[in-house]
Design a binder for this molecule. Structure first.
Ligand SMILES: [Zn+2]
Length: 236
């Protein structure tokens, strides 16, 4: 162990004495092997168990007839005002990347357990460049990185981009609105994803319209198959 590493570990240990890590969900002190959230809280969150039926679950039914997806995964059900929403808020707006990675790893483990390991590449749903500049990071990418560590699959953040779109969608007609949604994403490197099974990742799936737009763009490329995964999925 190098001196710097020893020093860092020492400082971290001292920091832990004065500011012990607590669970973001319940506030109790964390054990050494727990990061950001305690095991008890994880166990109490409303699991979807979608990994047991990735071909047919609430997400695949939600997307049915709108876009072509292979498998769908989500860790938890999400309801407004409940603990899962609080966790998503931590990841998205409070800069808690570590929590994003922890939950991403958990999601990756679930996918691994499901036995479906034909995925070639993970693509996080890209953020709008302005939002990215303001927030400094993409929460979907943080989650994807956690998943990649468990699954051993690379994360691609350069082949798909999110376009700038006008926020005043309500004034537009139905067709224009639809067109607007379709144009949210652009594939800039189709060679990188051709003939690949892509796992598209987002923090939450609510109406499914963002996923739908992205999946429909991706499946225009030859031989592309798309599966989707999120930390949470709205309880319909
Ligand atoms: Zn807790």
């Amino acid at each position: 162990m190098g001196f710097t590493k020893k020093l860092t570990d020492g400082l971290l240990a001292i920091g832990e004495l004065f500011f012990p890590s607590v669970c973001v969900s319940c506030g109790t002190h964390l054990f050494k092997n727990e990061v950001e959230i305690c095991k008890m809280c994880i166990r109490r969150l409303p699991r979807t168990y979608f990994e047991k039926r990735p071909h047919e679950n609430q997400i695949s039914i939600l997307m049915w007839g709108r876009c072509r997806i292979e498998l769908a995964f989500a860790l938890f059900f999400y309801r407004k005002g409940e603990r899962v929403q609080h966790l998503l808020y931590e990841i998205k707006y409070r800069g808690n990347k570590q929590l994003g990675e922890v939950l991403g790893k958990q999601l990756g483990n679930n996918i691994m357990k499901s036995g479906y390991t034909t995925i070639d590449v993970i693509i996080p749903i890209p953020l709008h460049p302005k939002k990215m500049a303001k927030r400094g990071y993409n929460q979907a990418e943080v989650i994807a990185q956690g998943m990649a560590k468990v699954l051993g699959i690379r994360v691609d953040v350069s082949s798909v981009i999110r376009n700038i779109h006008t926020p005043s969608q309500t004034r537009k007609g139905r067709f224009e609105r639809w067109q607007n949604v379709e144009d949210i994403f652009t594939i800039i490197d189709d060679r990188a994803i051709r003939d690949k099974h892509i796992l598209l990742v987002d923090d939450v799936i609510t109406t499914g319209s963002t996923m739908e737009a992205c999946v429909n763009q991706l499946t225009t490329i030859n031989g592309v198959k798309v599966s989707v995964a999120s930390i949470a999925c709205a309880h319909l």
